[in-house]
Design a protein around this ligand. Sequence first.
Ligand SMILES: Cc1cc2nc3c(=O)[nH]c(=O)nc-3n(C[C@H](O)[C@H](O)[C@H](O)COP(=O)(O)OP(=O)(O)OC[C@H]3O[C@@H](n4cnc5c(N)ncnc54)[C@H](O)[C@@H]3O)c2cc1C
Length: 234
Amino acid sequence: MAELSQPATILAITDLTPHVRQIVVKPKTSKISFQPGQWVSLKLPVGSKPPLNRAYSMADPSSPDGDLTLVFDRVPGGLGSNYLYGLRSGDEVALSGPYGKFILPQLLDRKLLLIARYTGLVPIRCLLKQIFFAKLQTPVLLIALAPHEDEILFHQEWLTMAMQHPSFRYLPLVAQNGESEAVGKTLAMLTPLVKGEPQIVPMICGTKAFVHPLRAYFTERGYDRKEVKIEPYD
Ligand SMILES: Cc1cc2nc3c(=O)[nH]c(=O)nc-3n(C[C@H](O)[C@H](O)[C@H](O)COP(=O)(O)OP(=O)(O)OC[C@H]3O[C@@H](n4cnc5c(N)ncnc54)[C@H](O)[C@@H]3O)c2cc1C
């Protein structure tokens, strides 16, 4: 069940790419226990009718100390993300949660196909950590889209995971011209990959312009909408 809104202290700030930042926050009132793939709602003191609610997925699974790792991009003109970029260690932010159903199926007996663009990779990172921590043997393919070569999020981590876990394959793609190019490049990869495969579990995260056409690709091939897990960001 979702917790009430509470203050959280920013413990650490790290820039992951030129436009993506990670913050570690500690909820002050009570620990937030969550499942990988879930998110918290930040209540930001900006906009015409504050608070401005903005969702951010956890990038790391639950930790014993209750710290939450959040990762976000600086959206040009974006009220929420630009406010967050102005925060410093020791500042406080109000949040509530956890929320969301972008979680692993209880029974993972099929190949997992994870597709995400840019910060859509944040909950995916959390899910992959869960999978490898639990030593699940499920084959996993990650297709990771970046808007620029400097912005390939978690690239080194995925490469290390691919070396350590033979069941994990990683396909990075750069699409500099927005979501439609990212969709086109993904579809070009998907057709040979999905062809001839038994049914797989697709999980897709990013903005709607990215997520919806990719879900349509699967539903047009006989998947039920509920079999294609999506997390649209906008
Ligand atoms: C369930 C959920 C989980 C989310 N998790 C994350 C996360 O882990 N990391 C993260 O960076 N964002 C995440 N988001 C998006 C986040 O809540 C905000 O929408 C985003 O930070 C933009 O807010 P803003 O106020 O700065 O921009 P706004 O003023 O609301 O402008 C948003 C516009 O910017 C564009 N845009 C560029 N990047 C993004 C983005 N990342 N998300 C949404 N729109 C974007 C879109 O075209 C959108 O129309 C999540 C959203 C949802 C619904």
